[in-house]
Design a protein around this ligand. Structure first.
Ligand code: ZN
Length: 230
């Protein structure tokens, strides 16, 4: 009944890209992608809190929040619908004319199924099953008995899974990296400013010291002059 993440693991793959992809799939399935909530819990990189940097809503950047953060370019529902259209374009680009007609027979049902409540994830629709990468085929298999058609439906499901990653997780990582860089620069500036202030303090102390020595010389000089006049 439950067949999770098996599709792309079938062949032995060893390129860096595949390793990264596999790592993403596993961490994502376990909800252990390096969001700020996870990093903060593990005390990584001196992170100061678990809040979402992107929306600034003072909400913890949990795995769930990351998918629905208002900084995302689109809602889950919109991405799911657009992904099915994109999948059709992909089939067209690859001259898979028969597969397009299979997809057209089922695309509305696929969306309907995705919007139904999930049986395994509490208070979530089945889109969240795709987000986790858990393919529950009970409803999908009822759409058709033909193996080839089932294959296209599963392929479409995988396509949507990747679209969520490419349109939410990936841009999220780019944006966080950008924000972290700005914060890093700000921290560096702050350090530089503090150092400058310390240097200025040292300069002032040195000036005072020189000043008092100079004063001393003046006094001695005056004293010297005075003695000479007597
Ligand atoms: Zn957010």
């Amino acid at each position: 009944m439950c067949d999770s993440n098996r599709t792309t693991f079938s062949k032995r793959q060893c390129s860096i890209e595949d390793t990264r992809e596999r790592s993403y799939r596993i961490k994502n399935l376990l909800k252990e992608l390096p969001t700020y909530e996870i990093l903060f819990k593990r005390d990584v990189n001196c992170i100061e809190d678990n809040l979402c940097m992107r929306c600034g809503k003072k909400e913890s950047e949990t795995w769930d929040h990351m998918w629905i953060c208002e900084d995302n370019e689109a809602t889950l529902d919109k991405i799911a619908r657009e992904s099915i259209r994109k999948f059709e374009e992909y089939l067209k680009d690859n001259d898979r004319i028969e597969d397009i007609s299979i997809l057209r027979d089922h695309n509305v049902n696929i969306i309907t199924i995705l919007e139904e409540p999930s049986n395994i994830l509490l208070r979530k629709c089945r889109i969240w099953e795709i987000l986790r990468g858990v393919f529950i085929n009970d409803r999908f298999n009822k759409l058709t008995n033909i193996k080839g058609e089932r294959y296209i439906i599963k392929e479409c499901w995988n396509f949507i899974y990747n679209e969520f990653k490419n349109r939410i997780w990936q841009p999220r990582c780019d944006e966080i990296a950008r924000l972290e860089q700005i914060i890093g620069i700000q921290k560096q500036d702050l350090k530089r400013k503090r150092k400058q202030e310390l240097n200025e303090e040292e300069d002032i102390t040195r000036d005072r010291l020189i000043g008092s020595i100079t004063d001393g010389i003046n006094i001695e000089y005056i004293w010297d002059l005075t003695t000479k006049t007597f």
